[in-house]
Design a binder for this molecule. Structure first.
Ligand code: ATR
Length: 270
C-alpha cells in the first residue's frame, strides 16, 4: 500500500492522520498515513527511509519545514517564496516540495464567504506561519496586504519579496492609522498568553478576524473580535483541514470534501 507520513517533533498532537485517513475513506482510496516522531537531526534519514518503503508523500511540520525545503530536488513557486514546505511528493526518484498552508487559509476564508478581491488585509506576524500564506493571499488580488510585526525588519523582508504587489510592512502602532477589512493573526503571541497590540478600533472596523490558532475555546483575539461585533470570526481549524485537502489532492488528484471532517474535528476538540 502507498505510504504517507507527517513528520514533526512533537507530533503526538497531530490531527493529520485522522484527516487524511478520513479523506482516503471518503474517496475509497487505499493508502496508509501515519504520524512519525522524528528526532532532531534525523529528518533526512526519516524521509529516505519512507521513500525506500513505498513512500509516495509526506507532510512536514515544525521544526522541519526548512529542512524539508532544503532537501527538495524541485519546488513550487509558492514554496520558493515561503522558504519552507509542508508537503513532499516522491515521484520518479525526485523529491518535489510544495506549501499548501496558503491555499488552506484562502479556501477557508472563501468557504466563509469572505471577499478577498479588492479588500484591505492586515496580516499580523512575520514568522513562518505568515510567510507561508502571503503568496496565496496576493493571488486573490486584494487592494492591499499590510504585514504588521513586532520586529519590523522581518515584515519588511517579506514585503521586499513581492516588489510589484500592493504589499507593505508596518509596526503594530502604525495599524492605528488605517482601516482593514480582514485581520489575520499569524503570530504565536496568543500561545504564550500575550495579547496582540491591536486596538479595538482597528478590530471593530474589520468585517473578518481570522486566527490561525484553534482550540475548543476561541482565542483572546477572536473573543475580542466577537465582543466588538465583527461579522466573520474564524479560527484556524478550517485552514488545517484545507491545507490537508490541498496536500491530499497533490498526491491523489482527488479533491476531498472538507466539511464532514471539519465537523468531526470540531467535536473532538478538547
Ligand atoms: P511561526 O512558525 O508560528 O510563524 P515564528 O516563525 O517563531 O513561528 O514566528 C512567530 C511570530 O509571532 C513572529 O512574527 C513573532 O514576532 P517577532 O518576529 O517580532 O518575534 C510573533 N510573536 C511572538 N510572540 C509575540 C508577542 N508577544 N507579541 C507580538 N508578536 C509576537
Amino acid at each position: 500500500m502507498d505510504q504517507y507520513r507527517v513528520f514533526g517533533n512533537p507530533i503526538a498532537q497531530s490531527k493529520s492522520p485522522f484527516i487524511h485517513q478520513s479523506f482516503a475513506a471518503q474517496s475509497q482510496c487505499l493508502l496508509n498515513y501515519q504520524s512519525e516522531l522524528v528526532e532532531l537531526g534525523q529528518f533526512e534519514k526519516a524521509v529516505n527511509n519512507l521513500i525506500a518503503n513505498n513512500g509516495k508523500g509526506a507532510n512536514v511540520t515544525a521544526p522541519f519545514k526548512e529542512q524539508a525545503f532544503a532537501m527538495c530536488d524541485e519546488l513550487s513557486e509558492k514554496a520558493k517564496l515561503a522558504g519552507a514546505v509542508n508537503t513532499l511528493i516522491f515521484t520518479q526518484g525526485i523529491i518535489y516540495g510544495d506549501t499548501t498552508d496558503g491555499i488552506g487559509l484562502v479556501s477557508d476564508l472563501l468557504r466563509h464567504q469572505v471577499i478577498l478581491q479588492d479588500s484591505h488585509i492586515l496580516l499580523l506576524g512575520a514568522g513562518g506561519a505568515a510567510k507561508g500564506v502571503v503568496q496565496a493571499l496576493l493571488d486573490k488580488a486584494p487592494k492591499s496586504l499590510t504585514i504588521a510585526n513586532r520586529t519590523l525588519s522581518k515584515a519588511e523582508a517579506i514585503a521586499e519579496q513581492y516588489p510589484n504587489k500592493p504589499i507593505k510592512a508596518v509596526t503594530f502602532s502604525d495599524t492605528e492609522h488605517s482601516q482593514f477589512d480582514i485581520i489575520i493573526n499569524a503570530t504565536s503571541a496568543g500561545l504564550s498568553g500575550d495579547s496582540l497590540p491591536i486596538s479595538n478600533n482597528t478590530i471593530e472596523n474589520a468585517n473578518t478576524c481570522y486566527d490561525m490558532v484553534y482550540g475548543k475555546k476561541p482565542t483572546a483575539f477572536l473573543q475580542q473580535a466577537r465582543l466588538l461585533g465583527v461579522e466573520h470570526v474564524i479560527d484556524g481549524l478550517g485552514m488545517l483541514v484545507g491545507q490537508a485537502a490541498a496536500s491530499f489532492q497533490l498526491w491523489t488528484d482527488i479533491n476531498p470534501e472538507v466539511e464532514p471532517i471539519l465537523k468531526s474535528l470540531r467535536e473532538q476538540l478538547v
